[in-house]
Write a protein that binds this ligand. Structure first.
Ligand SMILES: C[S@@+](CC[C@H](N)C(=O)[O-])C[C@H]1O[C@@H](n2cnc3c(N)ncnc32)[C@H](O)[C@@H]1O
Length: 499
């Protein structure tokens, strides 16, 4: 922990606040995980590299550990992360059945990450006492969710204490505390190959949530999943360090629901309390009774509130709005599930047009559709870059700028999503500048200025992505953006030389 200290608040519990001003990009927390392992509700994955493994219906598979029989691919046979549970399973002779439910979940693997935390507690008792035991685990609230609590109790606590013969080492209460600690505090990470896992970071886990975060994190798989948390923007002394536990590009009701069911609190941040979500109208509906009015919730934190028109007297219930939203979300999900194709692109465009008369243009549903279109223009058949006419390049530019406008409010500063969007934006800008020059519409000077503007865009993209692990997708994008920037610098120098 750098330039910060722990503060305890009756509402938030522990949080971190800065002890002096922190510059944008400076590290505020850097640490290695206490433990890591498969995500809850995963399929059958390798316990070394987390890639999906294929098991036959009778549990038949070549990807089993030679010592304990649990899932492990041949490349991971000596992976040290698997050693602890391997000893436990081998000693207890506990068989891995290889069963998965209809929705692809292998509940027998739910015990792995809690077990790794419990074994780390035994090997690092002081670190456990100092850093892990104080973490929140919300057992009272979790206990009320009967189905989930009972499944965890059977699949994890009873399984470890019974078949795995650990009853004399770990009590039921301790195991359920660890399950809760993981649920409330763990972070999702990705291997260099892109497979998901979860990691428990003791200091980073102290950070409070805010729907407009002021820190951003990079997790480095090539450095043992070390995490670095940096200031997203300049911070003053005494400012609380905050990150988002939820997806920032969701509407208030959706973020609140995720925080309530997964993290057991109601967020009271400025964005959540503001019906317009800081002027973005990210959850705003169009009034169905007048021409220009907008429907806004009278109290965004009250699920029984009315949505009222900004111009006429029309109002409707939150229930009605949420019903309309869920219909829209299922239409969106059907299209999102399609493989990228010309048809998917056209259907996405159609849906965006359809919703123009239902929600605000910057509504989160529209923003999500825009993001999907941005990914497709230039990549799917019939819409590849070389084939895109200027009018579609203009469209892609406009889509990127609209998403960036929203991100400026919700993720101001060093935002990974912003970097991705800047990268996407640079492509139509370069092509439009070049085609304008070739058509004789742009002079050399104007072309040069346009390319210089794109260089600035790519520079900002690289400035953000420079912090990523070079072995990850984002780290790779940083290299690609850097190369594109260098090529453009050469092109501009060529233009200067030919003047
Ligand atoms: C990852 S922990 C954060 C550290 C925690 N306060 C502690 O003392 O260990 C998440 C929990 O902190 C509390 N919390 C974090 N941010 C909050 C916020 N903005 N409003 C209310 N509670 C919050 C909630 O109880 C939440 O489940």
């Amino acid at each position: 922990m750098h330039k910060s200290r722990i503060e305890v608040d009756p509402l938030l519990g522990r949080s971190l606040v800065t002890t002096e001003p922190v510059k944008k990009g400076e590290i505020v927390v850097e640490e290695s995980p206490f433990a890591m392992g498969p995500k809850q509700n995963s399929g059958i994955v390798c316990l070394g590299c987390y890639r999906d493994l294929i098991f036959g219906e009778d549990g038949d598979s070549l990807d089993r550990c030679e010592k304990c029989d649990w899932p492990l691919c041949s490349a991971c046979f000596d992976n040290p992360d698997h050693t602890g549970e391997c000893e436990v399973f081998a000693k207890a002779k506990v068989h891995f059945a290889g069963n998965i439910s209809e929705d692809g979940v292998c509940s027998q693997l739910d015990c792995i990450t809690p077990l790794r935390v419990l074994l780390a507690k035994e090997s690092q008792p002081e670190r456990w006492e100092r850093e892990i035991a104080p973490m929140e685990y919300h057992n009272e609230e979790r206990r009320k969710l009967d189905d989930v609590w009972n499944a965890d109790f059977v699949n994890i606590a009873q399984y470890l204490r019974g078949p795995c013969r650990l009853a004399d080492r770990f009590s039921e209460d301790l195991i359920m505390q660890v399950v809760g600690i993981l649920e409330v505090n763990a972070f999702e990470a990705r291997t260099t190959q892109g497979y998901a896992l979860r990691c428990l970071y003791p200091i980073t886990g102290i950070l409070a949530h805010n729907c407009v975060p002021n820190t951003f994190r990079t997790i480095h798989p090539s450095e043992g999943y070390r995490i670095r948390l940096r200031a997203m923007c300049d911070l003053a002394e005494g400012q609380q360090l905050q990150h988002s536990y939820t997806y920032t590009l969701n509407g208030t009701v959706q973020r609140q629901e995720h925080l309530k069911t997964g993290k057991f609190f109601t967020c009271q941040c400025k964005r959540c309390k503001d019906p317009t979500e800081l002027g973005t109208n990210f959850s705003t509906f169009k009034c169905s009774k007048c021409e220009d009015g907008w429907l806004l919730p009278s109290d965004p934190l009250d699920s029984s509130c009315k949505w009222k028109c900004t111009l006429c007297t029309f109002s409707t219930s939150n229930n009605a709005i949420q019903k309309a939203l869920s219909v829209m979300q299922s239409e969106v999900a059907t299209i999102q599930a399609m493989e990228p194709s010309p048809q998917k692109l056209q259907e996405t465009e159609k849906l965006m047009r359809k919703y123009l008369v239902v929600v605000h243009p910057r509504h989160f549903i529209q923003t999500g559709l825009r993001q999907s279109l941005i990914e497709m223009y230039g990549r799917v058949a019939e819409y590849e870059l070389a084939e895109l006419p200027d009018v579609m390049l203009d469209h892609k530019e406009d889509l990127c700028r609209q998403v960036l406008r929203v991100l400026e409010v919700f993720e101001p500063g060093l935002s990974r999503t912003r970097a991705m969007m800047l990268y996407e934006l640079h492509v139509p800008l370069v092509l439009l500048a070049k085609s304008g020059f070739i058509a004789g519409v742009l002079s050399t000077d104007v072309l040069k200025q346009k390319l210089l503007d794109v260089i600035d865009i790519l520079k900002e993209c690289v400035d953000i992505l420079q912090y990523e692990d070079p072995e990850t997708q984002e780290g790779n994008l940083c290299k690609v953006a850097q190369q594109a920037m260098e090529q453009l610098i050469q092109s501009v120098e060529g233009l200067t030389g030919s003047e």
